[in-house]
Each structure stands twice: as structure tokens, then as C-alpha cells.
Design a protein around this ligand. Structure first.
Ligand code: SAM
Length: 245
């Protein structure tokens, strides 16, 4: 397969509408297109993503990123002050960038432990004129100890970063009480729910719901695990920085 360097994203307005009851406006569609072009360009320099074909990019990066947060969008009215989201291990910006484009009134922090990714994300944020997004270099297990990040976020998103229990360990300490974490997963079993439950409870959280769905173009199996922070995370989590999960 040849390298894709420039291509046009499909609009898929009826699919957005039928699946998420939402459609991008013209400006958001232009930002999605620009994001796609910038990632294709960035791919020539860095190994960012293998998902480059237009429909594949639309489904696996844009649609998948927004499918997970749709329940959170319905809840945001309950929040008084400005809504703060963090995307942990954002990589090339997923799910955080599509969320920042869709929700200009949220502030979205894109966290990654790799400086090259953060440098690239900063250029994306600039080029897309996203005033509500910030790229932050750091590891989740470090920033959760820092006052300016610990228990500061309303929403934590985490996709393709590690085991479900590691994702819960990264996300829950960053949340305010009543905040929500969304773990983006592929296949999921009842055994995984059983294994995750005590880990989440130890961190002051609860599994609120689990949604299984298929992606609209290729029927890929996906699950989102919605966690709620019930009480302050009091235990110091023992996993040291850099220990593989
Ligand atoms: N979330 C993106 C996605 O779904 O396309 C990227 C997934 S990529 C497989 C995993 C990313 O998480 C990498 O960019 C890596 O640097 C970052 N990462 C892994 N562990 C991390 C940690 N503990 N703290 C911060 N970033 C981490």
C-alpha cells in the first residue's frame, strides 16, 4: 500500500446523525480535515499512526474518539465551573483532539510521556487554532502526585495505553469527586469486569456502566468502561514510574 500524503475525509453526516445524534458543523468538519492532513504530514517524520486511509481514519480515530464521550456530553450541564478534561497517553491526539474540536467550551489537556509526541501535539493545537487545548509532557503516575493535576479534572479519557487496571490507576487520582473516567477498550469480558472492580474500588471509584458497540463502517467490536470517582483517592499507588503494565 502506497503512502497517503493528502486525501479528503468523508463527511459521513448521516452516519454521525444516526449513531451519535450529532453532526459536525462546517468549521468542525474543516478542522477534522485539517487534523487529518496534519497527521498525514506528521507521519512522514514520526511513526504516529497506521490508520491513514480516509474512511479508516474517520471511523477509528474521529468516530471512535467521539463515541466514547457522548454520554459525558449529556452530563456536562451538571457541572458549574468550566469543564476540564484530560486525555492520558494522547499519542497523536486521540481521543482528546476530536473532543477539543467538538467541545470548544471545555478545556482539554493532552498528556503524553514522550517529548516528540508533545512537540507534535503542540504544533497541531497551533495549526488548528484550538485555544481550549494544551499539550502536557509527563507520565500519568507522576502528574497524579502534583497538586495542580491531582483531583482537578471532571473527565479523564484513556485509549490504548495499558491494562484496564493500569488505566484506572492513571485516571482516577486525577479526577474530582464525581468526575468520570472513560476507558476505551476493544473486546471485553465479564472476567475483566470482575478483575477491574476491586482495583477501581481501592482508588475510590466505581464501575458505573459498560457499553459495548460496533463501529459503523467495519463493525469492529469496541467497549467503553465508564468509571465514577466516589471519594478522594487516598492510597498512594505503588506502581513506580516506567514499570511495564
Ligand atoms: N491514545 C492514543 C490513541 O489511542 O491513538 C495513543 C495510543 S499509543 C498506543 C500510547 C501512548 O501513551 C503513547 O504515545 C505513549 O507515549 C503514551 N503513554 C504510555 N504510558 C504513559 C504514561 N504512563 N503516562 C503518559 N503517557 C503514556
Amino acid at each position: 500500500m502506497g503512502e497517503i500524503t493528502s486525501a479528503v475525509l468523508p463527511e459521513m453526516l448521516s452516519v454521525w446523525q444516526e449513531t451519535l445524534f450529532w453532526q459536525p458543523d462546517n468549521e468542525q468538519q474543516m478542522q477534522f480535515q485539517r487534523l487529518y492532513e496534519l497527521i498525514l504530514e506528521g507521519n512522514r517524520q514520526f511513526n504516529l499512526t497506521r490508520i491513514t486511509e480516509p474512511e479508516n481514519f474517520w471511523e477509528k480515530h474521529l468516530w471512535d474518539s467521539l463515541r466514547g464521550v457522548m454520554p459525558a456530553l449529556k452530563e456536562e450541564g451538571k457541572v458549574n465551573s468550566s469543564f476540564k478534561a484530560i486525555d492520558i497517553g494522547s499519542g497523536a491526539g486521540f481521543p482528546g483532539l476530536p473532543v477539543a474540536i467538538t467541545k470548544p467550551d471545555w478545556t482539554v489537556t493532552l498528556l503524553d510521556g514522550t517529548s516528540k509526541k508533545i512537540a507534535f501535539l503542540s504544533t497541531l493545537i497551533n495549526d488548528l487554532h484550538l485555544t481550549n487545548a494544551t499539550a502536557l509532557i509527563g507520565r500519568a503516575e507522576e502528574i497524579r502526585k502534583q497538586k495542580q493535576h491531582r483531583q482537578q479534572y471532571d473527565l479523564a479519557l484513556i485509549r490504548a495505553v495499558g491494562s484496564a487496571s493500569a488505566c484506572a490507576e492513571y485516571a482516577l487520582p486525577l479526577l474530582k469527586t464525581q468526575g468520570q473516567a472513560i476507558l476505551y477498550r476493544g473486546h471485553w469480558t465479564d472476567e475483566e469486569t470482575e478483575a477491574l472492580t476491586p482495583a477501581v474500588e481501592k482508588l475510590g471509584g466505581a464501575i458505573e456502566s459498560i457499553e459495548g458497540f460496533t463501529t459503523p463502517l467495519t463493525q469492529g467490536v469496541r467497549h467503553c468502561i465508564y468509571l465514577r470517582k466516589i471519594s478522594a483517592t487516598s492510597v498512594e499507588i505503588p506502581r513506580p514510574v516506567g514499570v511495564p503494565v
